[in-house]
Ligand binder design. Structure first.
Ligand code: XMP
Length: 510
């Protein structure tokens, strides 16, 4: 029997972290909007429900709420922050409105080191982020923790199996937060811990078969981790009813298209490989504005894909490797249709082709996708590749794209990545690449004055690409890279290293 912890989302910036922590603890978890109907909840039959935090106050007009009956289903419930305040209000307690915010570290004191606080010392550090406070707890509940500022920092009603914490157990700053969540999931809710990448693969394959049936599915492959893992999952589920299309935009790195196609053949994917480089380059001729480049590439991609797909199949579904961070808006607060990042490569494709979407990875983070890929026996070389943007080298050549600048960038980038791999740095870095700058600078080579191009090196460390720091590559390795690029790539006489963080800079230069 499968297990599931349902997270109802009230718009907290940490909602996805809750689901992720639960999965790390070995139980599958998925997020649904706060207003998911009670019938749907019953159908999902979760082992436990977690109510996330959120920016609202229970006193706001139209504040997000749940059907009271959810608390009477006999399913254990944990309310976090706003989630706890909502429980208190719905069950007859009192929440005090406050404009004063308590944000940051706090120490909770508890005399009840059992149940939710099993294996937690009487005093432990937690992370707070709230304004309103619980003033009176509902009948049959007891308060089980307090801080200097918050008299009611955690509550429970053992009979109803309903619990609440004012602090956030899901964030790393709450020292023993994982233990608290583990207590809730295992001790209180009786989960057994059946989730791991292998079981995810199994249930995913079952779900895909149920959704897709005997219909045909197409999938756009980019060579990256997300689309590759998506395609392999689909292939396991529906075999030859999956057709993959790889569009070579002419904006790939050195030898990349050949390698990608070889890898896909080895994975025995049913592949159509389209060489569309000329089409893309002619559309991009003379274009310098980054957003314009993205728009042109996005549109052209859809055109090529649409033409190819119509040639061979009557597909009803499009499989996409959308990940959780791509779903940037909080699903619940904005309504059920999640917004995809504006630079998501094939945005607009399903509408144009009138296809339904299959997105098996949309609840996962990149590192979880890599785990799933490993469970599917996808090779490490493919799984550990740095992310590469859909518009490819077009957004790494500042200004106009020409055959010459593409050649120079490809060769410089190849040296950079090769040296990072040889120097054992590649796997410590989230993403590394070269950027071709639209300026020339003076240099001296031998006895000659040169006036040539500049290459910028960009390498960042990051967890999810949303924020990033520049990678501390050893200076000796940076020197070797710079010497090799200037010596081996004709047309380059200067290499610079980008030391900007995101924010305020972005990872890509365009
Ligand atoms: P930025 O530059 O926004 O990049 O800090 C964050 C991550 O997104 C990738 N990126 C893109 N990916 N199409 C994509 O598929 C795009 O237009 C695009 N722009 C940026 C970037 O490489 C980094 O991993």
């Amino acid at each position: 029997m499968s297990e599931n912890v349902l997270v109802l989302d009230f718009g907290s910036q940490y909602t996805q972290l809750i689901a992720r922590r639960v999965r790390e603890l070995g139980v599958y978890s998925e997020i649904k909007p706060f207003n998911t109907s009670i019938d749907e909840i019953k159908e999902l039959s979760p082992n436990a429900i977690i109510l996330s935090g959120g920016p609202s106050s229970v006193w706001d007009e139209d504040s997000p709420t749940i059907d009271n009956k959810v608390l009477g289903l006999g399913i254990p419930v944990l309310g976090i922050c706003y989630g706890m305040q909502l429980i208190v209000q719905l069950l007859g307690g009192k929440v005090e409105k406050s404009d004063k915010r308590e944000y940051g570290p706090a120490t909770i004191n508890t005399s009840k080191t059992d149940d939710l606080f099993s294996e937690i010392p009487a005093a432990t550090d937690v992370w707070m982020s709230h304004s309103d406070k619980v003033l009176e707890i509902p009948d049959n509940f007891i308060s089980v923790a307090f801080t200097d500022n918050t008299p009611v920092a955690a509550i429970k009603c053992e009979d109803l199996k309903i619990y609440g914490t004012q602090f956030h157990p899901e964030v790393a700053h709450t020292l023993l937060g994982k233990q608290i969540l583990s207590n809730f999931i295992y001790r209180i809710s009786g989960c057994k811990g059946l989730w791991n990448p292998e079981s995810f693969v199994e249930s995913c394959i079952r779900n895909i078969r149920e959704t897709v049936g005997d219909s045909k599915v197409i999938c756009a492959l980019s060579g990256g981790v997300d689309s590759t893992v998506t395609a392999v999952l689909l292939k396991e589920a529906i075999g030859n009813n999956l057709t993959c299309v790889f569009v070579d935009t002419g904006l790939m790195r050195l030898n990349e298209s050949e390698e990608v196609v070889k890898n896909y053949k080895e994975l025995e994917l049913n592949l159509i490989d389209v060489d569309a480089g000329k089409r893309f380059l002619s559309k991009l001729s003379g274009v310098t504005d980054p957003e314009e480049k993205r728009k042109i590439i996005g549109e052209e991609f859809i055109n090529v894909f649409d033409e190819e797909a119509h040639k061979f199949s009557n597909a009803e579904f499009l499989a996409q490797g959308t990940l959780y961070p791509d779903v940037i808006e909080s699903v619940s607060v904005k309504g059920p249709s999640a917004t995809i990042k504006s630079h998501h490569n094939v945005g607009g494709l399903p509408e144009k082709m009138n296809l339904k979407l299959v997105e098996p990875l949309r609840e996962l983070f990149k590192d979880e996708v890599r785990e799933v890929g490993r469970a599917l026996k996808v090779s490490g070389g493919l799984l550990n590749r740095h992310p590469f943007p859909g518009p490819g080298l077009a957004i790494r050549i500042i200004g106009e794209i020409t055959e010459d600048s593409l050649q120079i960038l490809r060769r410089a980038d190849h040296i950079f990545i090769e040296e990072l791999k040889q120097g054992g740095e590649y796997d410590n870095i989230w993403q590394a690449f070269c950027v071709f700058l639209p300026i020339r600078t003076v240099g001296v080579m031998g006895d000659e004055r040169t006036y040539d191009n500049v290459i910028a090196l960009r390498a960042v460390t990051s967890v999810d690409g949303m924020t990033a720091s520049w990678a501390r590559i050893p200076p000796e390795l940076l020197e070797k890279i710079s010497v090799r690029i200037i010596n081996e790539v004709k047309g380059v006489n200067r290499v610079v290293y980008d030391i900007s963080t995101k924010p305020p800079s972005t990872i890509e230069w365009e």
